[in-house]
Design a binder for this molecule. Structure first.
Ligand SMILES: NC(=O)c1ccc[n+]([C@@H]2O[C@H](COP(=O)([O-])OP(=O)(O)OC[C@H]3O[C@@H](n4cnc5c(N)ncnc54)[C@H](OP(=O)(O)O)[C@@H]3O)[C@@H](O)[C@H]2O)c1
Length: 255
């Protein structure tokens, strides 16, 4: 039996869509009213350790989908509660949706992911670490007033679509060969000017982006921090991951 935590979220639903015909799956959700349809659901809240123990009981595999909590201490607390519960009920193996560079960077964006990876290694449970890049779904180039703009300096982004990361997670959860592995998933490199060109729309670089999380990420992109490429996602998927250009072209009418 494969148990998916935070299964009511966008990623969890896609993982379950990939698994429902291949294995016995249980969706763990905070609110049963938000459970994905067609699979059994159990209640499990990262703030309620007893609920996690009951939810993970009998799991051969657990996919621990990271908490959306932004505060690193609270996010870590959520994950450690899940790992402790998994250990207490004897889950067969745990896969965790981590973040790129969580192995090497213990501060900032990856602080909670780093602490969680350490806790999984220390737990002695068989594991697979799925280090995600930023999701492409949040970076779709949107033509506005007939142009595409960004503050990324034309540098590359290694984002990947949730759909591919979910398919990769499903493959990991159904094949023992992935146990003991840590994957650094990156999507095919793309940049805003080339997507604008593919869509036949002018591109304009914005010197002063609106402040906020996207402005911080854009600065990272301009510094080349998102240009790392690995073969891991394509290998685990068994096919190339979707590119931003092909996605943008196939959704052109709705952009
Ligand atoms: N790589 C990236 O670019 C990126 C971007 C965004 C997020 N993430 C991370 O990836 C995770 C999955 O992404 P997503 O798109 O599926 O996020 P999402 O759609 O926002 O889903 C978040 C999930 O977490 C659940 N949740 C929140 N608090 C919880 C708690 N205390 N106990 C148990 N479950 C709780 C939510 O349950 P409810 O339905 O009850 O609210 C929901 O199922 C996120 O949680 C976040 O850690 C990564």
């Amino acid at each position: 039996m494969i148990v998916i935590s935070a299964a009511s979220g966008a990623l969890g639903r896609l993982v379950i869509d990939n698994l429902r015909a291949r294995a016995a799956v249980v969706a763990v959700v905070r609110d049963p009213l938000r459970a994905p349809e067609g699979v059994p659901a159990r209640r499990g809240d990262y703030d309620d350790p007893a609920s996690l123990r009951a939810a993970f009981e009998g799991a051969d595999r657990l996919l621990l989908i990271s908490s959306p909590e932004l505060d690193p201490a609270r996010k870590t607390h959520h994950h450690l509660a899940a790992i402790t519960a998994a250990k207490e009920v004897g889950v067969g193996a745990i896969a965790f949706t981590s973040f790129l560079d969580a192995d090497t960077t213990a501060t900032g964006m990856t602080e909670a992911y780093h602490a969680t990876e350490r806790a999984i290694l220390d737990s002695g449970l068989p594991y697979t670490l799925l280090r995600h890049p930023f999701y492409s779904d949040a970076f779709l180039p949107q033509p506005s007033d007939g142009e595409i703009t960004s503050s990324t300096g034309g540098r590359g982004l290694n984002t990947a679509f949730r759909s591919d990361l979910a398919a990769a997670a499903a493959n990991v959860l159904t094949n023992d060969d992935h146990l003991g592995q840590a994957y650094n998933f990156t999507g095919p490199l793309w940049n805003y000017p080339e997507v604008a060109e593919a869509l036949g729309v002018p591109y304009r670089e914005l010197a002063n982006p609106a402040p906020g999380p996207m402005s911080w990420i854009s600065a990272q992109v301009r510094a080349g921090a998102l240009e790392r490429q690995t073969p891991d996602l394509e290998r685990v998927l068994g096919k190339p991951a979707e590119t931003m250009i092909s996605h943008a072209l196939s959704h052109q009418r709705t952009l």
